[in-house]
Design a protein around this ligand. Structure first.
Ligand code: NAD
Ligand code: G6P
Ligand code: MN
Length: 446
């Protein structure tokens, strides 16, 4: 390794359902990214304690050299850290549920990060993320923030406008998940074995090229044949823990691919290509949030409780299944050791997609190193893709306009312009239902 430094990390949103898996991942990958300190920060002390007490046991058993604490005090949390992980959900699952259910009342797609729900969530996240950046810069001016708190496209636009010089990198795991599936389909191990060219916006993009990293072999023909039939669904042992709604999503990629067969789509395109299908397929009384509360959240908190009661983390569920956040450790490694490894990031375009505006926030391959991210030139977007992106990124910019100007009209335009919303009168109904419930989080829109 290039240096023998050990790192200090704080997870903002310590009470996240992904935290224990991420902690196990960090510990398992200490050869890549050695730690001296790990802290959790959350603004919900009770929720964080449940996760924090279990993680204290995990760390004591597996990596006692790591100093661990959890806190709700920003000064304590953000002092003496090298990396801040952004994993917050402003308004928690209670608000996600409303983001999903309010649009469905009016026959509009109800989803965490797409359509009106995604824009509502983005508007909630902006002030909280800006505040975390400010604390990081005040208490640990040399630190990097790796943020995956959604809605990433909107958060990244807010960072571009309001904190242009801050050391924040906004990332997403969906393309990593899909590339892991591509590797499986082609008989490779995981995303590390795949080289790629990809462009788009967050949760809105396309692969132009997929190759075997070792041999350079073009994998597109084989993948296209597979995706046309089965989407990104692998099945078997690989998918034994995949929930039913995710199975549908991976399979639906076949229909998305059929619409634009020159590239391979991100699974999130389903919400923009087939909004009516999504609505028909949804149960307005029981959305993805309900599934999470009944399944993931229950399992995660149940497992944490068991660890605390038994006083040991032996045979915990994450030992078997902690791959989800491995790429985040890889990203920290790339920055810490200046490796210039390639991952996707959401950044101002500045030419990365030749025919998009310089100030568009785009998701493109970047080389990660000590100086942050250097985007790769991805070439020209197709006419179809460019049209789609222009509309979607304008919605994302309008949400940030709404935040900046406290403007009702801008938020309404964002909803009305969106591909998932059929009519401006429907946009208004959704917005008017969302305003009172978002009062604690949104600016007072006039
Ligand atoms: P979760 O609801 O389980 O946990 C989020 C935590 O954030 C909660 O403990 C909550 O109390 C805390 N929180 C909320 N507002 C806060 C604030 N202002 N300051 C500090 N803490 C705050 O959420 P989750 O399902 O684990 O997801 C966490 C985040 O990661 C979400 O934004 C989710 O959308 C995102 N996510 C992103 C990706 C990606 O690809 N970018 C992948 C998975 C999850
Ligand atoms: C993917 C996306 C995330 C999103 C998550 C939702 O991982 O990249 O941005 O938050 O899916 O998954 P969930 O299981 O919470 O519905
Ligand atoms: Mn994502």
């Amino acid at each position: 390794m290039a240096n023998d430094k050990r790192y200090s990390v704080v997870i903002a949103g310590g009470g996240s359902t992904f935290t224990p898996g991420f902690v196990l991942n960090l510990i398992q990958n200490e050869d890549k990214f050695p730690l001296r300190k790990l802290k959790f920060y959350d603004n919900d002390a009770e929720r964080q304690k449940k996760i924090g007490d279990a993680c204290a046991i995990i760390i004591k058993e597996r990596a006692p050299h790591i100093e661990f604490e959890y806190t709700t005090d920003p000064k304590e949390a953000f002092t003496d850290v090298d990396f801040v992980m952004g994993s917050i959900r402003v308004g928690k699952y209670k608000m996600r549920s409303l983001d999903e259910k309010i649009p469905l009342r009016y026959g509009v797609n109800g989803q965490e990060t797409t359509g009106p729900g995604g824009m509502a969530y983005g508007l909630r996240s902006i002030p909280a993320i800006l505040q975390i950046i400010d604390w990081m810069e005040e208490y640990s001016p040399n630190a990097w923030m790796i943020n995956y708190s959604n809605t990433i496209a909107i958060v990244a636009e807010a960072c571009r406008r309001f904190r242009p010089n801050s050391k924040v990198i906004n990332i997403c795991d969906m393309p990593i998940d899909i590339m892991t599936r591509m590797a499986q389909i082609c008989g490779l191990k995981d995303f590390h074995d795949i080289d790629f060219n990809y462009y788009g916006l967050n949760h809105f993009g396309w692969w132009k090229e997929v190759r075997d990293k070792k041999t350079g072999k073009d994998l597109m023909p084989e993948l296209k044949k597979y995706v046309a039939k089965d989407g990104y669904w692998v099945g078997g042992d690989f998918d034994k823990d995949t929930e039913a709604s995710w199975e549908e999503t991976f399979k639906k990629a076949a229909d998305c691919y059929a619409l634009e067969p020159e590239t391979l789509p991100n699974t999130y395109m389903q919400y923009y290509y087939f909004p009516q299908y999504e609505v028909k397929n949804a149960n307005p009384e029981h959305t993805r949030t309900d599934e999470i509360l009944e399944y993931r959240q229950k399992i995660v908190f149940g497992e944490c409780k068991r660890i605390v009661e038994e006083g040991t983390a032996k045979n915990n569920m994450w030992d078997r299944n902690a791959v989800h956040s491995e790429y985040i450790v890889d990203i920290c490694h790339a920055i810490a050791y200046n490796t210039h490894e390639k991952f996707l990031a959401n950044i101002p375009n500045n030419g990365a997609i030749a025919n998009m505006d310089p100030d568009s926030i785009v998701e493109v391959p970047c080389y990660f190193g000590a100086d942050g991210v250097q985007p790769m030139a991805t070439g020209m977007a197709g006419r179809f893709q460019r049209g789609m992106m222009m509309e979607q990124q304008t919605c994302e910019k309008l949400v940030v306009d709404a935040y900046e100007q406290k403007s009702y009209d801008k938020m309404l335009q964002a909803f009305a312009l969106n591909k998932t919303v059929p009519d401006a009168s429907v946009a208004k109904k959704i917005l008017d239902d969302m305003i009172p419930v978002n009062k604690p989080y949104w600016p007072d829109l006039k």
